[in-house]
Design a protein around this ligand. Structure first.
Ligand SMILES: Nc1ncnc2c1ncn2[C@@H]1O[C@H](COP(=O)(O)OP(=O)(O)OP(=O)(O)O)[C@@H](O)[C@H]1O
Length: 621
């Protein structure tokens, strides 16, 4: 492959600091690999002196492969690794650390789970999804560590009242276990270099040439260590795209890239301005959107390919219609000869894909999920509905009664259930001296009977409106201080999906099969296999670094993308970058859809969709 002029200039850079600003699909991997080759072959640098840092192991592996193929299959001893991998290596050398000293992500989550349950913290937390909550807490802990913040003055966005206590307890327990987490590795390495100039000097001499990929995702402490390591020669070659910085929530700081030339006034600056991936319509549409960000390097990126098809924006009634629309589009594309592995459906958060995953399974379109999509039927609301329907179908199993006998509140006791074994007559006997309870039990029995011959959809409607489940949920949300809308969204999705089924039995069977299918897919991820791989379902974050012939972006609505929690200008800009990343994954066809209503409420199209449509040339239907 021939390098273009800018790629050549970057690949021929020899010494001193240099920042390569790269557009999406502009050949960053190729350029870095070519520069390593030049350092060795042309400038006679010893391979051992070259350090190449990437953010993920996958990216590191890709980079090594690219380099190896440029070198005709041989791989000289250049060091390739992730930030954590490299810093772990340094700590292992300095302190004799082994993997037993590392607290893995899973262990950190487990430890936090135990801490949250500690009686002395007296947290009394009610969270809808504990795993989500723990993940958010770990992100906040990382933010404090990566930015060297003071925990006493830090204002956490998760659990603000108790965060400092949770943090301190986490640190205490971690130290008792004599373990360090991934973020501690950076801190320890930083401290080591600051306190031991002799050790720092040794590593500076070892890695005289440092190359960093995805530099826009670097955080403060990673950058501090890099700067120290690069001294005194400052042969620091960084490549990145400030418009693709989407890890602010993990501490990535896009202002570092914007300020690189301030830190290194003599740094070379090269722009890789040709996009080899997308057609002109796709690229220009994406550039139109990202152009609304203020905190960025303004740059012109040119498409290498021809105009191609216009970006298609589709308005649909609701999420079910959206699912059908995407499925039709996927089928059509596959009929046109595009393999399923070249098609992706991207969304802002996993919950946006719940209905679609169900529908793809139903239509038997093979698909892969990079992240695990939550099974909606595991949610307590689905369990409640299922229990009602099981009773209506004639079951008298204890677990179904237990699940809903007090949703809404009927004041039925466990003792009553144990003694009556689910027989309404026995229940009445149990409360024979309490007239008001007789009425409640009569009503309960009547309600169960009334649902007997209904379709699942009609039965759910009955549960919501006649039995009073909607009111129960509102109260539940209020007491537990969770967003009512989140609960109703789940209820709405369950009810919408149930429309497809005529009998309870059909619906139960479907839920079982769907759960089984999700379990089988869990953790399989996106494999590098050819042939059988299905359509990729992934979040915008998950799609970073990947490319597909055809991309569907769903949920192009305000509140979804940008996500409802993004309020500050900088948060909106981060959301816009995510949308930009999603759009620029498409090579030849890009379809963006938004819904008109969700959960009975009107929703506006995303401001990003409006920005995309600002100029003529794109079609909205
Ligand atoms: N000079 C070139 N001539 C032809 N094709 C090229 C050239 N440089 C890169 N490409 C091709 O462009 C595509 C995108 O390259 P690459 O994946 O390295 O992009 P990237 O800059 O890492 O993208 P992103 O940041 O969006 O993930 C690849 O298929 C690559 O082979």
């Amino acid at each position: 492959m021939h390098l273009n002029k800018a790629q050549q200039k970057a690949a021929c850079h020899f010494q001193g600091p240099c920042m390569v600003l790269a557009g999406p699909g502009s050949g960053k991997t190729l350029t870095i690999a070519a520069r390593i080759e030049n350092l060795i072959k042309r400038y006679k640098v010893r391979p051992e002196e070259i350090l190449v840092i990437t953010f993920t192991r996958y990216a590191s592996y890709e980079m090594q492969n690219r380099f190896k193929s440029l070198m005709g299959g041989v791989c000289p001893p250049v060091t390739f690794g992730t930030f954590h991998g490299i810093y772990y290596g340094i700590l292992r050398w300095a302190y004799g650390f082994t993997s037993a000293n590392i607290l893995t992500g899973e262990e950190s989550s487990r430890l936090l789970g135990q801490i949250l349950a500690l009686p002395e913290l007296d947290l009394k937390l009610e969270v809808e999804d504990e795993q989500d909550f723990i993940r958010d807490l770990l992100t906040e802990i990382g933010k404090v560590k990566n930015n060297g913040l003071d925990i006493q003055t830090y204002k956490a966005s998760v659990c603000p009242g108790a965060f400092a206590d949770i943090y301190q307890m986490y640190e205490k327990k971690r130290k008792e276990m004599r373990k360090i987490d991934f973020d501690d590795m950076l801190i320890l390495c930083h401290e080591l270099f600051k306190s031991r100039p002799d050790i720092l000097e040794k590593w500076q001499a070892r890695f005289r040439y440092i190359l960093v990929d995805e530099f826009q995702d670097v955080n403060k402490i990673q950058y501090e260590i890099l700067k120290m390591l690069a001294l005194p020669e400052n042969n620091l070659f960084v490549v990145g795209d400030d418009d693709q910085s989407i890890y602010q929530f993990r501490g990535a700081d896009p202002s570092i890239m914007l300020g690189f030339s301030r830190d290194y006034p003599d740094a070379g600056q090269i722009l890789l301005d040709v996009n080899y991936r997308s057609t002109a319509h796709i690229l220009n549409g994406a550039l139109r959107v990202i152009g609304h960000n203020e905190q960025r390097f303004s740059k012109e990126i040119k498409p290498h390919a021809g105009k191609g098809e216009c970006v298609h924006v589709q308005e649909v009634l609701d999420v079910t219609e959206e699912g059908k629309y995407v499925i039709e589009g996927v089928k059509k594309r596959m009929e046109q000869g595009v393999p399923a592995r070249e098609i992706a459906v991207l969304f802002r958060t996993n919950r946006d894909a719940r209905i679609l995953a169900e529908m793809l399974a139903e239509y038997q379109i093979p698909f892969e999920m990079k992240e695990n999509i939550q099974n909606i039927y595991d949610h307590f609301i689905a369990r409640n509905i299922k229990s009602y329907l099981k009773l209506a179908a004639g079951s008298r199993e204890r677990r179904y009664f237990l699940d809903i006998m007090n949703c809404p509140k009927r004041y039925l006791s466990r003792e009553c259930l144990e003694s009556s074994r689910g027989d309404f007559e026995e229940m009445r006997k149990f409360y024979c001296d309490k007239g008001w309870m007789q009425d409640r039990i009569d009503q309960f029995e009547w309600d169960v009977k009334m649902m007997e011959n209904k379709t699942p959809y009609a039965a759910i409607q009955y549960i919501r409106k006649k039995i009073g489940y909607d009111d129960y949920l509102k109260e539940y949300a209020k007491i537990r201080r969770i967003r009512e809308e989140d609960l109703f969204e789940i209820l709405y999705e369950i009810q919408e999906r149930s429309k497809e089924f005529q009998s309870f039995e059909e619906w139960f069977l479907y839920i079982e099969n769907y759960g089984q299918m999700l379990k089988e897919k869990k953790g399989r991820g996106r494999k590098d296999q050819t042939g059988e791989q299905g359509v990729s379902l992934m979040t915008m974050h998950g799609a970073k670094g990947l490319e597909f012939d055809t991309v569907f972006v769903i949920g192009g609505n305000e509140g979804v993308t940008p996500y409802r929690k993004a309020k500050l200008d900088e948060e909106i800009e981060e959301e816009r970058r995510m949308f930009y990343v999603a759009m620029t994954r498409a090579k030849r066809k890009l379809v963006i859809s938004y819904v008109k209503t969700k959960n009975g409420k009107e929703l506006s199209p995303s401001r990003f969709v409006e920005e995309l449509l600002l100029k003529e040339g794109e079609s909205r239907h």
